[in-house]
Design a protein around this ligand. Structure first.
Ligand code: ITT
Length: 192
């Protein structure tokens, strides 16, 4: 029954991230819509905590099944910075600022992580995904958003920004978290 199919609202103020999320969800067969709305971010070291809190606040307004995704880039040589502060750091210093912090650093290892919190009453749940790789010496590529031009995932020679959306979505941290989410939701809801 099409009418009773679950629809998830993807809540974010970052349109590029929202479009990417919708594309992943479409590929996983989930009906979703984008709600461009600022999320309330608590200060925490945990992406899971940030995502769940923001999802609860968004649910208080929307009152519809939703997901909030909190992601970040964790750079080993910088002790995991910018991690949960990625949004602020991206706005303040951008990819060039990160490359400056990494100048002369030989350990280029970094991981992108996503925590995606879903609220589908009465259930609340957080799923995580991670893709590791390396920080480049220079930004490369025009696709994607945020730190995509300076991140090369493992087993690739190209940055995320040099990949098409479909290519990134096959291997990304976000895809891995959403896939876990959809597999779990499918065990709970027949109508997803
Ligand atoms: P919302 O909180 O409104 O969803 P946001 O841009 O703040 O939007 P996040 O907190 O999840 O979203 O992400 C923080 C920053 O990390 C984001 O602004 C990007 O700069 C970067 N980022 C997150 N996911 C990324 C990805 O897949 N590729 C490149 N950069 C990403």
């Amino acid at each position: 029954m099409e009418g009773s199919r679950l629809e998830l609202s993807v809540v974010t103020e970052n349109k590029a991230k929202g479009v990417e999320a919708l594309s992943i969800l479409a590929g996983l067969g989930v009906k979703a819509r984008l709600v461009l709305m600022g999320k309330q971010e608590i200060q925490s070291e945990s992406l899971e905590e940030i995502a769940l809190h923001a999802a609860r606040v968004a649910y208080a307004t929307l009152r519809k099944p939703l997901l909030v995704d909190d992601s970040g880039l964790f750079i080993e040589a910088l002790n995991g910075f910018p991690g949960p502060y990625s949004s602020y750091v991206y706005k303040k210093i951008g990819v060039r600022g990160i490359l400056k912090l990494m100048s002369g650093e030989v350990n280029r290892r970094a991981c992108f992580k996503t925590a995606v919190a879903t609220i589908i009453p009465p259930l609340e749940k957080v799923y995580t995904g991670e893709t590791c790789g390396e920080i480049t010496l220079e930004p490369r590529g025009e696709h994607g958003f945020g730190f995509d031009p300076i991140f090369i995932p493992e087993n690739s020679k190209r940055t995320y920004a040099e990949m098409t959306l479909e290519e990134k979505n096959r291997i990304s941290h976000r895809y891995k978290a959403y896939k876990k989410m959809v597999e779990d939701l499918k065990t709970k809801y027949k109508t997803i």
